[in-house]
Design a protein around this ligand. Structure first.
Ligand SMILES: Cc1cc2nc3c(=O)[nH]c(=O)nc-3n(C[C@H](O)[C@H](O)[C@H](O)COP(=O)(O)OP(=O)(O)OC[C@H]3O[C@@H](n4cnc5c(N)ncnc54)[C@H](O)[C@@H]3O)c2cc1C
Length: 436
């Protein structure tokens, strides 16, 4: 008896929620509905880097071609580090094997992950307002802002760092400001000189004093999606942040002030952002976001008292938010999604609490470590003394830092560790059937 017959409600249709839905369909959980607050599925930002550990999962779902159609194609290295003033190369980190990292526009990644999901399970304009346990019918009563309601046996909270589901579980903690603002935008290759365009055909970090620029070579020429995604991590006091929203817009000039005197390519990036921003609807403005992260929490789930088969669990940024300095937030959600769906589909018995506890035991040490090492990686990238290499900041040390993240196969781990608890198992060789 697994949880395949349970009604699952996924709250939030960002990259985390969509990752779980794909995983659920892949594992064979069919009784699932997703509720997203926005009127349509959309993502903003400046592209995202999806690394080997997550790409093996997306490839297993059969999304490889769709992903490659709109993502970069095998860039020459994983990351290159350059001096912010001279543009001189410190060194590079090589890729970690196949499938190599893919840089893609966020909206395109969401499209890819939505591609095979039946419309019948996707609900938009559904902002969760409350969850109540209905003792009579032994089910969750879920209410939305538009005065509609739904019911479910299991709720998966994929509603991001400001998660309402997390608050429902009783966590009253506040996210912590990282000390940095993030400026995000795009530069067209055609707006760059040939030298700068060539330089930015790979992922590059310009490492300055307590700030850095990260560029991603997103998309590709064939599908006409090639652009440079620019993310500027700039140390700024929170007090100067007047926007009530975490995500707002700022003039390109604000970013330009931070990088005055930086290398010629950085100046071209600023000019490219300006041109692009002028062409867009928000004349001259780019995204600016205060970067927050939460401390790890001890428990990601709750089971209804006296009910063995109903519960609520968190997934993605609601459970394990991380600073983006290792490019792992979405990748962790993809890993967590397939782990949770596999556990729910294959669990022996009807005790949801033990299934949730197993899942958390499998995932939390890894996501907690990612949260910690991403913080450290941010300190290394936005260094106090940015010039030159050191014992902790050199290509070998940086590559070593990332190896454990990349060379990990979550499906292998979940089947190996889950074998004693999974139906028809015992040898870790349970085969799940692709349902997509
Ligand atoms: C600057 C930056 C760069 C990054 N780069 C990378 C990268 O290169 N690689 C990587 O893997 N990760 C990266 N990340 C991390 C990644 O963006 C996040 O980890 C990921 O988007 C989290 O997805 P999520 O679905 O959990 O949360 P979110 O993206 O926040 O999605 C939550 C969804 O829930 C919906 N929602 C919220 N509340 C409700 C409600 N009450 N009812 C219904 N729906 C609701 C929202 O509308 C949204 O669609 C980066 C993050 C930042 C800030």
């Amino acid at each position: 008896m697994d949880f395949g017959n349970k009604r699952i409600a996924v709250i939030g249709g960002g990259l985390g929620g969509m990752a779980f839905v794909n995983a659920a369909l892949y594992a064979g959980l069919e009784n699932i509905q997703l509720y997203e607050q926005a009127p349509e599925f959309t993502e903003v930002g400046a592209g995202v880097n999806i690394t080997k550990n997550a790409n093996i999962i997306l490839d297993a779902y059969g999304l490889k071609d769709a992903m490659r159609w709109k993502s970069s194609h095998d860039p020459p290295c994983y990351m290159e580090y350059r001096n912010f003033k001279t543009g001189e190369v410190f060194g590079q980190i090589d890729e970690f094997g196949q499938p190599s990292s893919r840089q893609i526009h966020r909206a395109h990644l969401l499209e890819v992950m939505k591609e095979r999901v039946p419309e019948s399970i996707l609900n938009t304009g559904k902002r969760l307002t409350s969850i109540e346990w209905d003792k009579t019918n032994k089910e969750y009563a879920i209410s939305f802002q538009d005065a509609t309601a739904a019911t479910a046996d299991i709720i998966i909270g994929c509603d991001g760092i400001k998660s309402a589901v997390r608050a429902h579980l009783g966590f009253a903690d506040h996210p912590n400001y990282s000390g940095q603002m993030v400026y995000r935008g795009y530069v067209e290759y055609s707006d760059l000189s040939p030298t700068a365009a060539q330089e930015l055909r790979k992922t590059v970090v310009y490492r300055g004093k307590q700030r850095h620029i990260l560029t991603l070579p997103i998309g590709n020429g064939e599908s006409k999606t090639a652009r440079v995604g620019v993310i500027g991590f700039m140390t700024e006091p929170l007090e100067e942040w007047v926007s009530e929203s975490w995500m707002a817009k700022a003039p390109v000039d604000k970013l330009a002030e931070h990088v005055e005197g930086w290398a010629p390519t950085c100046q071209e990036i600023i000019e490219g952002l300006r041109k692009n921003a002028e062409r867009g609807p928000d004349k001259g403005l780019i995204l600016k976001q205060a970067l927050y992260v939460r401390d790890p929490i001890p428990k990601w789930y709750q089971i209804e008292e006296g009910e063995t088969g109903s519960g609520i669990i968190l997934l993605g940024d609601s459970a394990h938010s991380t600073l983006p300095h290792q490019g792992q937030g979405t990748c962790m959600a993809i890993e967590s999604g397939v782990a949770l769906a596999t556990v729910l589909k294959n669990w022996k018995g009807e005790d949801l609490e033990s299934a949730f506890a197993f899942y958390q035991g499998l995932r939390k040490p890894r996501t907690d470590k990612v949260t910690k090492t991403s913080y450290e990686a941010g300190k290394l990238a936005s260094a106090d003394v940015p010039e030159g290499t050191s014992q902790v900041f050199n290509p070998d040390a940086l590559r070593e830092r990332m190896k454990w993240i990349m060379n990990y196969d979550v499906l292998k781990d979940v089947y190996e560790q889950g074998a004693p608890y999974f139906e028809d198992s015992g040898n870790g060789e349970v085969q799940i059937q692709a349902q997509l």
